[in-house]
Ligand binder design. Structure first.
Ligand code: SAM
Length: 435
């Protein structure tokens, strides 16, 4: 891999004696990793555990495997996993992931929240917000609102609201050079300073949304001090924040002259490049505009159709506000301010679709529920899973009564489907099928 000359000069200066080992590491392949998902009912152990990180493994998991398709694993390189671990939100917290797609940090945060509290997972790009929704749904969490907004517009609704905000900022991406050499094409000597302008803008809005004592986790996948330590200094000069210590594990090192912050270099930490800082907001409560909350908008027929379906098929307490968007029914988490002015990509948990005189459960609901929360579940073999994911029907025991079933493979839900006379009809979403 040949690195830009300006990049080499910059890091020769910055790293001194460490520089040769750092440059040498670019000749090695990128490190792959993944996390397992503690929200899934049937856990599995994999081979190469990463020490000091609760759900982390080295290696790759196929996107066509049952473990991936049921959301038991999420692929994420090890250094990026340090961000969620540094955040470690406590159950019950209200958390915002401000630049969330494709969802690596959000899914990690959800692992800590254990389906309590709330995660607002935001992505400014509409196209990327769709991928984010797909990944959040596969993960099977219930307490998530996915928005497609700018930080500035979010701040108008969520002033002083969050206990924790994660900003995994858009950055110059130096730490991704090894994984994605195309990132080098965008890079120039001035690029980090240009990115820093955007980072400060987003942070201004982030700060408006923190509750007193709230925590801010700021991360980038670059080594450029302009986007890392300089941003930390700027925050400390302009806001009432204190830096919190990030434990240095597995070869992480302290940021430049900021011992509480953390850097990951590939010649020291087995992973790609990352910087993380954590702050506590010591300032006053922000005046939040007390607006009305959100209410259910279902008509009487829709309420009836949902209740009939739920009574017959579910043993699950739908905690939240039932809201229909067209024919789609969602369960919006409680305690949110009025979000009617925001662009929403996923209005909470997608429960299903109203069809003429009936209700059909969503794939997302069947990914989220556990076996004790459904009345009927059918477990299919891995061979049948391969057929099912390709869009085929699956033969099941003819003793099974007709009706809706949660489909499961290796003990984890894979949507709902109907059994009719010993055949499991295919309800695997067309856009996700593969063979
Ligand atoms: N946190 C994600 C994860 O772990 O999967 C990766 C986020 S990526 C480093 C940065 C994200 O910031 C991108 O998805 C990008 O679309 C978004 N972004 C770009 N410009 C932005 C802006 N001005 N405000 C907010 N987000 C922005």
């Amino acid at each position: 891999m040949s690195l830009p000359t300006d990049f080499i000069e910059k890091y020769e200066q910055l790293l001194g004696a460490e520089a040769p080992a750092f440059f040498e590491s670019f000749q090695e392949p990128a490190v792959a990793g993944f996390r397992t998902n503690p929200l899934k009912e049937n856990q599995q152990s994999f081979e190469e555990k990463i020490e000091n990180m609760p759900w982390s493994y080295y290696g790759k998991v196929s996107g066509k495997s049952a473990a991936h398709v049921t959301g038991l694993v999420y692929s994420q390189e090890p250094a990026a996993q340090i961000v969620g671990q540094a955040a470690s939100p406590k159950p019950g917290m209200k958390v915002l992931d401000l630049a969330a797609a494709p969802g690596g940090k959000s899914t990690h945060l959800l692992s800590y929240l254990e389906n309590t509290g709330l995660l607002v997972s935001n992505e400014i790009s509409k196209k990327r917000s769709k991928i984010l929704v797909e990944n959040i749904e596969r993960f099977g969490a219930r307490n998530v609102l996915v928005t497609n907004e700018s930080a500035e517009r979010l701040a108008r609704v969520f002033a002083g609201y969050f206990d924790m905000i994660v900003l995994d900022a858009p950055c110059s991406g130096e730490g991704m050079f090894r994984k994605d050499p195309a990132a080098m094409e965008y890079w120039s000597k001035d690029y980090p300073s240009e990115c820093a302008v955007v980072q400060r803008e987003i942070l201004q809005s982030a700060m408006e949304m923190l509750a007193p004592n709230g925590q801010l986790i700021y991360s980038t996948c670059t080594w450029a001090p302009e986007e890392n330590e300089d941003i930390v200094h700027w925050l400390m000069e302009n806001y009432d924040v204190e830096l919190l210590d990030i434990p240095k594990i597995n070869g992480m090192v302290a940021g430049i002259d900021l011992p509480q912050t953390a850097r990951m270099y590939p010649h020291q930490f087995k992973g790609e490049g990352q910087f993380v800082a954590k702050f506590r907001y010591r300032g006053e409560a922000r005046p939040s505009k007390k607006k009305k909350g959100n209410t259910s908008n279902l008509n009487r027929e829709q309420v009836q159709l949902w209740q009939d379906f739920a009574k017959a098929n579910l043993s699950f307490q739908a905690e939240g506000i039932l809201q229909a968007f067209g024919d789609e029914l969602y369960l919006l988490p409680h305690d949110l301010p009025d979000i009617s002015k925001l662009k929403i990509a996923r209005n909470g948990l997608h429960l299903g679709t109203f069809k003429k005189k009936r209700f059909e459960p969503s794939f997302a609901l069947g990914l989220a529920l556990r076996s004790e929360e459904v009345k009927q579940r059918v477990e299919i073999s891995n061979e049948d899973f391969i057929r099912y994911a390709a869009g085929q029907t699956v033969a099941v025991s003819s003793d099974l009564p007709n009706g809706w079933y949660q489909v499961a493979v290796a003990g984890n839900g894979l949507g709902f489907a109907k059994i009719v006379s010993g055949t499991l009809k295919n309800a695997f979403p067309k856009g996700l099928r593969f063979s």
